[in-house]
Design a protein around this ligand. Structure first.
Ligand SMILES: [Fe+2]
Ligand SMILES: [Fe+2]
Length: 202
């Protein structure tokens, strides 16, 4: 159980992250981050997860997203972050690993929280409940409206419904949606997305 002191610490940390991302992210991505925090809180309550962790990770998950390509490459080099073949080409993916590292150093996020940030874009075979909640919340938070794309709009509504009933089903649905999209765009698929999909099906 959370005592009063931990509650106070969490609130202070949420305020700090909120201030930082307000400065470091665009208004659109800031609103998305707050949306993910809210959706992660909602899912944490449904699935019996520590609400504070879910909120903190949800709010901070895209903290590395708006670094330029060059800044991302510099960051991984300076901070000894290993990068794989796909990330070398699709540098944008690195915002997940970078975000986890920033949150460890700035806010003292534990391993589980760091992993949830690392895996929020591609998914991963070894996802905790927290990681799954962040992955799903990222894709279905309230600002994802897709008003100009009827099929995406329907898909996000379906995923929102699934998320309340069965988190793994929602994950599988969202992974499939993103794989289809990636294939249509003729982009590279990260092996972790295939691995997590196979695990969810097995
Ligand atoms: Fe992201
Ligand atoms: Fe995000």
């Amino acid at each position: 159980m959370m005592n009063e002191k931990t509650e106070q610490n969490t609130e202070n940390l949420i305020n700090k992250i909120n201030e930082d991302i307000k400065k470091e992210l665009s208004e659109k991505r800031y609103n998305h981050s707050v949306g993910v925090m809210k959706k992660a809180e909602e899912l944490a309550l449904i699935y019996g997860l520590d609400v504070n962790k879910a909120k903190l990770v949800g709010l901070a998950h895209d903290i590395g997203k708006e670094l330029t390509r060059e800044e991302k490459l510099n960051y991984v080099e300076k901070n000894n972050i290993e990068i794989d073949e796909i990330e070398k080409i699709n540098v944008g993916l690195l915002h997940a690993k970078i975000g986890a590292d920033i949150c460890k150093k700035r806010y003292g996020f534990d391993e589980e929280m760091q992993d949830a940030i690392k895996y929020h874009t591609t998914g991963n075979e070894n996802m905790s409940l927290l990681a799954k909640i962040i992955f799903v919340a990222d894709k279905i938070e309230e600002n994802r409206k897709y008003e100009k794309n009827e099929s995406k709009k329907q898909a996000v509504e379906e995923a929102r419904k699934l998320a309340k009933e069965d988190l793994d089903k929602a994950m599988l649905y969202l992974i499939d949606e993103s794989l289809i999209y990636t294939i249509q765009k003729k982009e590279l698929i990260h092996a972790d997305s295939i691995a997590v999909r196979n695990k969810l099906i097995k």
